[in-house]
Ligand binder design. Structure first.
Ligand code: MN
Length: 128
């Protein structure tokens, strides 16, 4: 169970993501744009961020790059949520600093699997 921030401008998409997360026992906070998402990430210190890439104004790639440059938020894993299907776009999310990538529409099994992987204690990391 974790505290998770959803940054998503589409309320229907946010509600679906929130439902899936709450059903898995997580608690959720929501921001509808990148700027409030950055503020909430600093204040709420979520264990994980679901970041929609297509946001009005600053997009999710720019927001993720800022999160990863900020020592207060750099450690928080970011899952990119995007309708983009192209390989180059997936590469863009990686370069922006996203830790994982999920294409919409959300499928609960994939979502839970990615979250479980990212929330594993670092002691189980093969890099240690
Ligand atoms: Mn969007």
């Amino acid at each position: 169970m974790a505290h998770i921030l959803i940054v998503e401008d589409n309320e229907a998409n946010m509600r679906l993501a929130r439902l899936l997360l709450v059903n898995a026992g997580h608690t959720v906070v929501w921001a509808a744009d990148a700027e409030s998402g950055l503020t909430l990430a600093r204040e709420a210190q979520p264990a994980l961020i679901l970041m929609d890439i297509q946001l009005p104004g600053m997009d999710g790639l720019a927001a993720t790059a800022l999160l990863k440059q900020d020592p207060h938020t750099a450690h928080i894993p970011v899952i990119a949520l995007t309708a983009m299907a192209m390989k180059e776009d997936r590469e863009k999310t990686r370069l922006a600093g996203c830790d994982a990538y999920i294409s919409k529409p959300l499928r609960y099994k994939e979502l839970y699997q990615v979250i479980d992987t990212l929330l594993q204690p670092t002691t189980t990391s093969p890099l240690r």
